[in-house]
Design a protein around this ligand. Structure first.
Ligand code: PHE
Length: 448
């Protein structure tokens, strides 16, 4: 390749971009609704366990692969294991990117609708019931949600198109700190609502009678989804990280930031859920029904609602960008397309699949298979099937194919850094993580 590969410019930029990928609708929209459907406290505990013993090691494994190879998700496997079928793991990741972005962009589009409603003061004077009804009629109406989805895909494409340093990194560095401040402020308001304690209990008091293998799989899927692991996003981002950045510390910081924001989102949502008498198992719409209620009750609610939906959209955007980048890096490096062409092709292709996800709240509502709509299938397939499977292969690759010597060389920056616990890490990636993920996966799907 003649020209120099694009990449992240600074340490702060790496963290912002990787945390930008991890922190997103997965934390603020998906985590509360999945936790709500799975009984709250006990789910949270299992989720946190998975983050620590599986999520973090898989993240480090992915960054290691990417930085070692300096290539896209598929090219990395081809380079590190020439002539072997490992590249199929990369291919599966690219497939997963399509499935994830297809349904993620539906919800991301909803955030833009809610932003426009916030601006036009659309929540004001509405009761909890009215807010619920207005949400339901919006998501079922086919055109507005579709248009917003396309707008969102366009924004995503725009940033990716601008490049890694001048697009992804630049925007993440501005947007992530603002997001944090806002979520803190709104959590405080939610916590001070009358009746808030019910929500805190729901979130933090484990009730183990609710736990089934299905719940455990949901917790694993949520952990993987939220950390952006298992499909090559962090392989791709890892490939843009300079050789002097400390990978274990980066993985730790990103994991911590992501987990913190997820728990904070729970603290923001559940008190309000209980204060307004909403069912925590409400499902996909939970955040969109609950938050307008908080804003309605909040001094300065108009102002905060606008800020919040701007930030929700932003959180989504720094994540959609990272998913699209997987596809674009693959198209441009493996299929020799220009970045421009790769971005257009990727976004248009994904948008077409995405139409089906969006329409499954309206005209395609009755297209269900085993009780799940198309949207629900995309959501389930990506988090609970494709990401765990991808994660299994990634850790096996790092543990058994790369092996301790190469791993140590990469994460120590060629011997520059002292790495501790490398043996623990190797045991996790060689044995513990693959077996644990496989067991949860098989039991959770009821195949065992
Ligand atoms: N982690 C992102 C979120 O929580 C979603 C995502 C999943 C991004 C997989 C990239 C890869 O919103």
């Amino acid at each position: 390749m003649a020209n120099i590969r694009d990449g992240f410019g600074s340490k702060a930029g790496v963290i912002a971009a990787a945390a930008g990928s991890a922190v997103g609708l997965g934390n603020i929209w998906r985590f509360p609704y999945v936790a709500g459907e799975n009984g709250g406290g006990a789910f949270l505990l299992i989720y946190l366990g998975f983050i620590l013993v599986i999520g973090f090691p898989v993240m480090l494994a992915e960054l290691t692969i990417g930085r070692r190879a300096q290539l896209n998700a598929l090219g990395s496997f081809k380079k590190l294991a020439p002539g072997k079928p490992w590249f199929l793991v990369g291919l599966m990741g690219i497939g997963a990117a399509f499935v994830i972005l297809a349904f993620y962009s539906t919800i991301a589009g909803w955030t833009l609708e809610y932003l426009s409603q916030a601006i036009s003061n659309g929540f004001s004077g509405k009761s909890a019931d009215e807010l619920k009804v207005s949400f339901e009629s919006f998501q079922a109406a086919p055109f507005r949600p579709l248009i917003w989805q396309m707008v969102f895909m366009f924004l995503t494409g725009f940033i990716v198109f601008s490049g890694v340093k001048k697009g992804i990194e630049k925007y993440a560095k501005i947007l992530m700190p603002v997001l944090l401040v806002l979520i803190l402020i709104i959590s405080v308001r939610s916590l001070t609502l009358p009746g808030a304690m019910g929500g805190i209990e729901f979130l933090f008091k484990p009730d183990f009678s609710k736990i089934t293998w299905g719940v455990v799989l949901d917790a694993l899927g949520q952990a993987a989804f939220s950390l952006s692991i298992g499909m090559g996003t962090l392989i791709t981002y890892g490939s843009y990280i300079k050789k002097d950045i400390n990978l274990p510390i980066t993985a730790l910081q990103v994991t911590a930031a992501d987990t913190f924001i997820a728990v904070l989102a729970g603290i923001m949502i559940f008190p309000a859920v209980f204060a307004f008498g909403i069912d925590p198992a409400e499902g996909f719409g939970l955040v969109f029904i609950v938050l307008p209620n908080i804003f309605e009750q909040m001094a300065g609610g108009y102002f905060f609602s606008i800020l919040f939906f701007v930030l929700l959209a932003i959180a989504a955007l720094t994540s959609t960008v990272s998913v699209l980048e997987v596809v674009v890096a693959y198209f441009s490096e493996e299929l020799n397309m220009s970045r421009k062409k790769a971005t257009i092709l990727g976004s248009v292709g994904i948008s077409i699949v995405g139409v089906f996800a969006t329409l499954s709240f309206g005209p395609l509502k009755n297209a269900v298979l085993f009780d799940k709509t198309i949207f629900a299938w995309f959501d389930f397939l990506s988090a609970n099937v494709l990401l765990p499977l991808g994660a299994i292969f990634i850790v096996i690759f790092v543990g058994w194919h790369l092996g301790k010597k190469q791993v140590k060389d990469e994460i120590s920056n060629q011997g520059e850094l002292k790495v501790r616990l490398i043996n623990v890490f190797m045991i996790i990636v060689k044995f513990f993580a693959p077996v644990a993920i496989a067991a949860v996966f098989l039991y959770g799907l009821g195949l065992f």
